[in-house]
Design a protein around this ligand. Structure first.
Ligand SMILES: [Ca+2]
Length: 156
């Protein structure tokens, strides 16, 4: 993972489970969107990114997609500091990642992003996050509506 990608304001979290081995590059994976039920958060402490130390957090989901085209994905992530169940129209981060080049070969994956704290995402407060996962064919989870969860960011 190239940490210089932090210029995108986010890093991908990509841990796939390529447990199927469909070796057919012409495969059409199907039309299932990814699904997930819960949103997980983690305080990752300090990381050196682009030569400077930054406090970082991780947002992730355990996504499943029966047609196996989580081979690459895009995590669209929203955040704001007003936990009212509403988020902006456009995501604050859109993080692409590739897990495998085996067509239709990834039907579950940990999907998410590492985000810097202390800037757009303030520390020591409740932050409302939303996430949508798009699979390799652009099918979006939950009809494209972000699944929302609130997380209290670390105080320091
Ligand atoms: Ca799919």
């Amino acid at each position: 993972m190239r940490l210089s990608l932090i210029s995108l304001a986010a890093l991908a979290v990509a841990c796939g489970n390529p447990d199927k081995f469909a070796d057919d590059t012409d495969a059409v994976c199907g039309g299932n969107p990814p699904t997930f039920t819960t949103v997980d958060f983690a305080d990752l402490g300090t990381a050196t990114i682009g030569g400077s130390d930054k406090r970082v957090m991780q947002i992730s989901v355990e996504a499943t997609d029966p047609d196996g085209d989580l081979t690459s994905y895009k995590a669209r992530i929203w955040h704001d500091t007003l936990p009212d169940g509403k988020l902006g129209d456009e995501p604050d981060s859109s993080v692409p990642a590739t897990i495998s080049d085996v067509a239709c070969g990834v039907d579950s994956a940990t999907v998410g992003a590492v985000l810097p704290l202390g800037g757009n995402i303030p520390m020591g407060t409740q932050v409302e996050f939303g996430i949508v996962v798009e699979d390799a064919l652009g099918h979006a989870s939950n009809g494209g509506e972000p699944v929302i969860a609130v997380w209290e960011t670390p105080a320091e």
